[in-house]
Design a protein around this ligand. Structure first.
Ligand SMILES: *Cc1c(COP(=O)(O)O)cnc(C)c1O
Length: 411
């Protein structure tokens, strides 16, 4: 039954016997929805009224003039409700949960963005919600934990293993096994066992559908190059979906180069030699793992792309050459963010800034009639702690110290 869950040699559904029926139910609900001509319009209407869709494309005129090469356009997924493309996936899965008649959702989260998005969806749809998060991440991402709890979610700190994302994923699967009749697992990216990669790509394809129409109107032609950051791969697959059949459009996925691909402190699975093909977390793809199949620690300045695996669909596109993969370093990313804020008054998330950084490396040598489209997956105001730190802003430091003292003095 899972033969169509493979993309070349990647993907599949390596799941415990006990979950097979639950996956069959999910796949059936998803197929039914896909084949129902009213479903996608219902989804689009929901996203229009709740999440500012269609999100616009902005012509980055100042950046274009600055680099003097290709015309640069930006698809503004940062303008979604909760500040990123993640809203597309969680609201879509929320509609499926309603169709399946389930009353409870669970999710894993690392940086906390997917947890906030899922808790938001659960609040809106009146569902019970539990979020699994590594204990280390709970401590690092307090603002997101604060909002998840206000939104009514129960946040469970996971104390196993390295107490980060991969341990949270294991715990979420354990919960699902025990509560599968009532509960849906809202997976956060285009990874995991079939049908999740396909399903997440389906919901995120709303980005590419809109973008293709918009860019034809605004730029008068299809883009020559489309750039997107690749964590798990959902925003990249979302925008790429609009251009898969356009042979003249080059698709570029940008991974977290961290401190450099030769340092082991990065999050690059498709551009580095530190990753190899394996099966983990229910699917087959490239993982950052050692020779014994032990998962490596990942590093990126952007918490949202710090993940050992990558979408099996993207691994397949890597193997077939459909998508070109590059990596941008933390330093290049902070520079790209700083320049974009200054030139355009747009604050891209650190994750999204990877796509900007790679586009900026390539734009100057392109002709003036070339068109570049960058997917701005999210907004960067959430990154104020990290960015202010990276820029070593002295007034920010003062502010944090003063706040801490104020709290300490409080009874
Ligand atoms: C979570 C996140 C990502 C990475 O996830 P993908 O599934 O690779 O899209 C990228 N950008 C932002 C803003 C995010 O929040």
């Amino acid at each position: 039954m899972f033969e169509n869950g493979y993309y070349g040699q990647f993907g599949g559904a390596y799941i415990p016997e006990i979950l097979v029926a639950t996956f069959q139910q999910l796949e059936a609900a998803f197929n039914q929805a896909k084949n129902d001509p009213t479903f996608f319009p219902e989804y689009e209407a929901l996203m229009a009224s709740y999440s500012c869709r269609p999100t616009p494309i902005t012509y980055a005129e100042n950046l274009t003039n600055h680099f003097g090469g290709a015309r640069i356009y930006v698809k503004r997924e940062d303008l979604n409700h909760t500040g990123a493309h993640k809203a597309n996936n969680v609201m879509g899965q929320g509609l499926l949960v309603k169709r399946m008649g389930k009353k409870r959702v669970i999710a894993e989260t690392g940086a906390g963005q997917h947890g906030v998005a899922t808790a938001t969806m659960a609040a809106r749809f009146g569902l019970e919600c539990t979020i699994y998060m590594g204990e280390v991440d709970v401590a690092r991402q307090r603002p997101n934990v604060f909002w998840m709890e206000r939104l009514g979610a129960k946040v469970v700190p996971v104390t196993d293993g390295s107490r980060t994302l991969k341990d949270a994923i294991n715990e979420a699967f354990r919960d699902w096994v025990n509560n599968m009749d009532t509960t849906h697992y809202v997976l956060g990216t285009a990874c995991g066992p079939h049908p999740f990669p396909e399903m997440v790509q389906y919901f995120q394809s709303i980005i590419g559908k809109e973008a293709r129409k918009q860019i034809l109107q605004i730029a008068g032609k299809l883009p020559d190059h489309v750039y997107a950051v690749v964590g798990g791969g959902s925003n990249a697959l979302g925008i790429f979906s609009g251009f898969l059949n356009d042979s003249g459009v080059e698709l570029v996925g940008v991974e977290g180069g961290g401190k450099g691909l030769d340092t082991k402190q990065h999050a690059s699975r498709l551009c580095s030699d530190d990753a190899s093909i394996g099966v983990a977390q229910g699917y087959k793809t490239y993982f950052l793992q050692n020779a014994d199949g032990q998962m490596c620690e990942t590093h990126s300045v952007a918490a949202g792309i710090d993940y050992v695996g990558v979408s099996p669909i993207l691994s397949h596109y890597h193997e077939t050459g459909k998508v070109r993969f590059e990596a941008a370093t933390d330093k290049e990313v902070v520079e790209a963010l700083t320049l974009t804020v200054r030139k355009e008054g747009i604050i891209p998330a650190l994750e999204s800034s990877h796509a900007f950084a790679q586009a900026f490396k390539e734009a100057p040598s392109m002709s003036k009639d070339s068109v570049i489209l960058i997917n701005q997956s999210g907004r960067g105001d959430k990154d104020i702690f990290t960015v202010a730190d990276a820029l070593d802003d002295p007034s920010w430091r003062q502010f944090i110290i003063a706040k801490a003292e104020e709290y300490r003095a409080r009874k």
